[in-house]
Design a protein around this ligand. Sequence first.
Ligand code: SF4
Length: 484
Amino acid sequence: MCGIIGIMGTGKASSELYNGLFAIQHRGQNGAGMYVNDGKESRIHKGPGLVGEVFSKSILDYLEGNRGLGHVRYPTIGSDTSRDAQPFVIYEPMEIGMVHNGNIVNIDQLSKEFDLELRSECDLEVILNIFSRFLKEEGDLSEDSLFSAVGNTMDVLNGSYSVVAMLPGIGMLFFRDPHAIRPMVYGGKISLDGTSYAVASENIVLDILGYEIIRDVRGGEAILVKEDKTVVKRQVRAMKPKHCMFEWVYFARTDSTIEKTNVYESRLRLGKELAKEWKKKKRGLDVIVPVPDTARTYALAMAEELDVPFREGLLRNRYIGRTFIMPDQTSRETAVRTKLNPIIEEVKGKRVGLVDDSIVRGTTSKKLVELMRRAGAREVHFFIGSPPIISPCYYGVDMPTKHELIASHSTVKEICEQIGADSLTYQSLEGLMDGLQRKIENLCTACLNEDYPTQVREDIRQYYADKREEQRKDALAEQSASVI
Ligand code: SF4
């Protein structure tokens, strides 16, 4: 999962990209990059770290131009930020800068089929090479050729991808995979600098930069904003939408709106659905405490629905990143201890309803229950905003292997025992659909029910499991080296 932005025709692209990347920093904290063009020359800067660490004022001044691309990076298995950071650029059949959000499942197969000589493990390099090759085969750089190259690229890519490409002299081209798994929205504005267009992973980028939202990019659609700012749209391929349910449940910013459904409102509804599940159990609670930050909205709605006080019983150290994307088990466990501190007065002697967005391995949940007990909670009832995660994601959310996912091999009762809670209440699949106000056939729910929207063959699953194993060994080797 990453965050992307494309801007065409503004005064100083690097300033807008910088502010925009801050707005989607939650989508990736491992690296950041920008590609900016002034109509003649392109400049690129990328590196590891947060947006504020990667870009200084002098770098932003160096990135001169009125159009550009921005990227924040989320680490995926087997990848190395210094080598795999986006944007990427190719110069055949013309200069093309590109960023993307998502994950290509058949990257290995495509590199062999297209005989690609890759310098990174980033799937964007595969997309860019294949697109440029199809474009070259068209024999010209007309609009029809661009859209045809996008269609041919979509035909061979298996996975999720929201892509923005900058083609100096032609314009900005963006497209989204036929199932529209990852979000992508575009908008426009008229200012003293003239008309400009922007496209981003989440609408909050456009909101803070003063762009009026036009709409979400459709699955299988490609849009070209030309140099003269005319906009050409083409539905190059069409398939049933399968938006990632996890964007609403966990990943997107609470104030975002994806596919016309506001994330905050969805999380409120999901909280109410959880409360309905609890009512069936006919048990009592004295206080509802969220695990900050995502679950705060779930907990708020639950508290309202159950008429139980909502309390910030766990305080978060905001300078530590999300545990979900910590790359190894040791840093994840240490992060839980240093990141969250209970407010004893709010939980001591009480029946606590502890609310979180998801359970992955169960280790973090166990630590949270322990924290509550150590703070004196009389009972700890655990609530989860999503249904059980039983299978890995191959579309850009970095999850462990199936075996490591606690819900893949344990019942709810067993998980409850393993994490040491007095009860465990998951969101139901029906509750999830009601909360997101969508039908299951229009969502990707593969990590919940293994119904992958694209074909994920057994050898591909094994490939990812092996990569994960390699990564774990590397992390262990690094730890022992640092101990020595
Ligand atoms: S598998 Fe899960 S996390 Fe991945 S795209 Fe589908 S719903 Fe989202």
